[in-house]
Design a binder for this molecule. Structure first.
Ligand code: SF4
Ligand code: SF4
Length: 128
């Protein structure tokens, strides 16, 4: 798989082993959107627009599970309550589609860099 740079919250937990419980590291959804993410992000590459950082638990969450209608791009349903019937139905469907709860299925490895792409510093390679 080609390497790519993703911007990740500094407090995000490290990616667990394949098959371990998902810890919300966010790496998979920041790398590329899943099939549901392609629909809501309207793109096949880059971070999913439905991914949300949750500071209270210091983890990423799928916005299509927490509050689906907020990410559909449809003004008429954007403000529906997360517990509305439509959101509950969407959440159930998305849970099945993304196989939520089965553990980490992302075959990715990550290394951390503190360098900025537009302002490389002489020591930036030492930080990878
Ligand atoms: S599925 Fe894996 S890579 Fe994706 S957020 Fe969960 S732990 Fe991270
Ligand atoms: S829809 Fe949810 S699970 Fe899929 S890429 Fe987006 S944030 Fe991740």
């Amino acid at each position: 798989m080609p390497s790519r740079v993703v911007w990740i919250h500094p407090e995000a937990p490290p990616k667990p082993e394949l098959g371990a419980p998902c810890n919300g590291c966010g790496l998979c959804c920041l790398s590329e959107p899943c099939p549901i993410g392609v629909l809501v992000s309207r793109r096949t590459t880059g971070p999913c627009t439905a991914l949300e950082w949750t500071s209270t638990s210091s983890r990423y969450e799928c916005g299509m599970l927490t509050h689906p209608t907020r990410h559909l791009g449809l003004p008429g349903v954007k403000r529906l309550s997360p517990t509305s019937l439509l959101n509950r139905l969407l959440r159930r469907w998305v849970t099945r589609m993304i196989a939520a709860g089965i553990g980490c299925d992302a075959e990715l490895s990550a290394s951390v860099s503190t360098s900025q792409p537009d302002s490389p510093s002489p020591s930036s390679k030492d930080n990878r």
